[in-house]
Write a protein that binds this ligand. Sequence first.
Ligand SMILES: Nc1nc2c(c(=O)[nH]1)N[C@H]1C(S)=C(S)[C@@H](COP(=O)(O)O)O[C@H]1N2
Ligand SMILES: [Mo]
Length: 381
Amino acid sequence: PSRLADAVPAALAVSRASAARAPGIVKPLPDELFTVRGTNAETKFESLAGTGQLTPASHFFVRNHTTTPRLDAAAWKLTVWGDGLTGGAREFTLADLKRLPSTTRTAFVECAGNGRTLFATQQGQAVSGTPWTFGAIGTARWRGVRLADVLRRAGLSHRAVDVMPRGLDDDYVTADGTNLGRVRRPLPLAKALDDVLLAYEMNGEPLPPDHGHPVRVLVPSWVGIASVKWVGDIEVSTKPLYSPWNTDFYRLFGPGHPPEGSTPLTRQTLKSVYELPWNATLRAGERHRLTGRSWSGGGAVTRVDISTDHGTTWHRARLHDVPRHGSWVRWSTDWRPRTPGPATLLARATDTTGRVQPGTTAHNTQGYLFDAVVRHPVTVE
Ligand SMILES: Nc1nc2c(c(=O)[nH]1)N[C@H]1C(S)=C(S)[C@@H](COP(=O)(O)O)O[C@H]1N2
Ligand SMILES: [Mo]
C-alpha cells in the first residue's frame, strides 16, 4: 500500500466500492452516475445538475452492442474504399487526419431509444429494446476533421450516393444467435458532406476508449447509431447501401407504418427532462429551484414551458444557454408547493422549426423517438 493509495478520498473509495460493472465498459460506473443496462450504461439525469453544458466523459452514457475494444492509436488506420471512389482504396492514419484542417463543434449524441420506457410506463404500450429512461444522451465538444475533406482526398466520384462507416468492435450477435457482423450504418452522401466529423477529441481530450478511441464518426442531430465509434473503414458506394442498422432496426415499425418500416431514422426528436430523481421528495412551503434540459434534433430549443398542475396552466422556464442547433439548453424554474401529497412536474419544449412536444408519442414497436411531455412524479411532504 503506497502513500498515494492511502490518500484516495473517502468519497471516491465509496463510489468505487458501489460501482456496478457492465461487461466490456472500461471507465468506472459509480452508482451515483450510472444505471447499468446489459452492455450499456445510462447516465442518471439528476447527476447532470451542475455539470455545465458539456457532459464530462466521466458522466457520458455508453451504448455498446458488444464491448469496448482497446485500440492502439499509433497502429490505427482508416480505410476508405468502394466503387464511389475515382481511384482505389485509400488509407489514413491518425497523423494523416490530424494534418488536415480541424473543426470543433458542440453536439449531443442521443440514442434513438432514449425515453423508451415511457411508452410502457406513461402510455401503456409494449416496446422492445434497451429499457432506457432519459439518460441515453450526452453533449460534448468534439474536435476532428470533416468527413467531406477525407472523402474528397480519397477521390470522391460524382456518382457516389451513400457512405457506410463500420466499427472495429466485435461482431454483434443477437439474442437468438444471428451474427449481424460489425456495427455499420449507411449515411446518405448529402449528410456525410454537410456537417459530419471524424472526431478524435471529446471535451479537449483524446476520445476515451468507451466513446470511440481513437476516432469516431459524429453525425450532429441524428440518432446515436449514425455516430459509429472505433471507425475502421468507410465504404463509398454508387448504389444505396443497407445493413441491419438501417433495415431491421432504426426505422418505425407497427400500425401506421409499411411492413418494411418507415424510411431509416435520421434526426433526433424533441425532449425535456428534469434533473431530479424519479419520485423525488420535496418539502411543502419551501421554494425549490428546479433545473432541467431540453433539446431537439430539428432545431435549437427556444422556449420551455412548465406546468405543475397537470397542464392547466403553463409558465416559461428561464433558459441558461443560448439556443443552438444540435445542442441542449439548460433551464430552471422556481416552485413552492403548498400541499403535501403526490405531484407531477411537466416541461414542454418548442424549437426553432415551431415544433412543440406533444402529449403522447405515436407508438412504434421498437420504442424509438419518444417525444411526449414527460409526467415526472414527485412527492411533496
Ligand atoms: N462501433 C460502434 N459504434 C456505435 C455503437 C456500437 O455499439 N459500436 N453504438 C451506437 C449507438 S446505438 C449509440 S446510441 C452511440 C452511443 O455513443 P456513446 O457510447 O459514445 O455514448 O454510439 C453508436 N456507435
Ligand atoms: Mo443507440
